[in-house]
Design a protein around this ligand. Structure first.
Ligand SMILES: *Cc1c(COP(=O)(O)O)cnc(C)c1O
Length: 387
């Protein structure tokens, strides 16, 4: 197929299935093989076949994944890493130097906050936090001349706050900074930040991109060739790359991203409707609800509103813990974005490390990663757990 048919101009699902790999020229294999090799035979000194020299630098299974990531996010180039945090660390080291400053979401993913606060800060990188939903607060947090990155998640975790990517890109660019969007929660099916002015997209592919809770991985997709060269150099120099097995699993997951996300969204909508009517639930937090403060922005920049739902229990923390323990179809576990539904108590689990800080979450909060099981089974499980 030509670039026209499966490159950036083809539909999303077509790109998800065909971009990044042509059927193998020798065997016709339609799926990119797992190239479990560290090195490559050279045809004479320096005579590389297809540019492959050593698998930290490049591996064909990873190349296929990186190609599809770039095509789905409509970026210049994609890069696959051993984890989301490995991708983030590589990006920061590629683009920031001691004395620089980064603006973070005031409800950033805990691991991201820890990376900046406990690791990068020791190397002279300052950070401050602002609410992604408040463009003026982000603008006020920017230090012109010092701020190199404005870092945004949208929707955020676990309160599902929404940042206006277009407006935040303008804030970053006015100050000579780049806008980085962690697109893990939305996935490229629901939101393409690079098309809205962002410069770099970050993913924990562990979540929706891989989608089956069977691999840990991360990705960067960039829109500018110069940034791509910096990231490529640091990816190879630091070496926190995705191995071929993980790259294969993530690539396989991405092929079904569109159908999975639509079912995640369908089921999340059913769950939201059910919880909103339940007397044991005091508040449902979902960007698809008109009552959500970020609803209008989310409706503008997202195709649908995603599979993550949070809610507060009328019975307080005790009730929230009970719901998590009683649920059976919803598995009590951290992480998100897999085909199976997960339930967790952010205050005691994913967000325990931010207790007592500005990032603290309500004690009566429960977070759901709504999977793609039969919707009726999910509703019956929640009904049982809440009663
Ligand atoms: C999980 C997650 C990360 C970190 O990714 P890992 O693959 O766990 O290293 C970053 N951002 C968000 C929003 C996440 O959910």
């Amino acid at each position: 197929m030509s670039e026209q048919q499966h490159g950036s101009k083809a539909g999303f699902e077509t790109r998800a299935i065909h971009a990044g790999f042509e059927p193998d020229p020798t065997t016709g294999a339609v799926i990119a093989p797992i190239y479990a090799t560290s090195t490559y035979k050279q045809d004479g000194v320096g005579g590389l076949r297809g540019g492959y020299e050593y698998s930290r630098s490049a591996n064909p299974t990873r190349t296929a994944l990186e190609g599809v990531l770039a095509a789905l996010e409509e970026g210049e180039r994609g890069f696959a890493f051993a984890s989301g945090l490995a991708a983030e660390d590589t990006l920061v080291r590629a683009l920031c130097r001691p004395g620089d400053h980064v603006v973070l979401p005031d409800d950033a993913y805990g691991g991201t906050y820890r990376l900046f606060d406990k690791v990068q800060r020791n190397w002279g990188l300052a950070h401050s936090a602002a609410a992604v939903s408040d463009v003026d607060a982000v603008r006020a947090a920017v230090r012109p001349g010092e701020t190199k990155l404005v870092w945004v998640e949208t929707p955020t975790n676990p309160l599902l706050n929404i940042g206006d990517i277009e407006a935040l890109a303008a804030v970053a660019h006015d100050a000579g900074a780049l806008l980085v969007v962690d697109n893990t929660f939305a996935s490229p099916y629901l939101q393409q930040p690079l098309t809205l002015g962002a410069d770099v997209v970050v993913h924990s592919t562990t979540k929706y991109a891989g989608g089956h809770s069977d691999a840990v991985g991360g990705a960067l997709v960039v829109r500018d060739l110069e940034v791509a060269e910096q990231v490529a150099f640091h990816q190879n120099s630091i070496g926190a790359v995705a191995g071929p097995f993980d790259a294969f699993l993530t690539h396989r997951g991405l092929k079904t991203l569109g159908v999975r996300m639509d079912r995640h969204c369908d089921n999340a909508e059913r769950v939201v409707e059910f919880l909103a009517a339940h007397p044991a639930v005091s508040e449902v937090i979902y960007p698809g609800l008109e009552s959500h403060p970020g609803h209008a922005v989310a409706a503008r920049q997202m195709k649908r509103f995603g599979g993550m739902v949070s809610f507060r229990c009328a019975g307080g923390e005790e009730a929230a813990l009970k719901v998590c323990e009683r649920a059976e179809v919803f598995t009590l576990a951290e992480s998100l974005g897999g085909v199976e539904s997960l339930i967790e108590h952010p205050g005691r689990m994913t967000h325990a490390s931010v207790a007592g800080t500005d990032l603290e979450v309500p004690a009566d909060l429960v977070r759901l990663s709504v999977g793609i099981e039969t919707a009726e089974d999910l509703l019956a499980d929640l009904d049982r757990a809440l009663s």
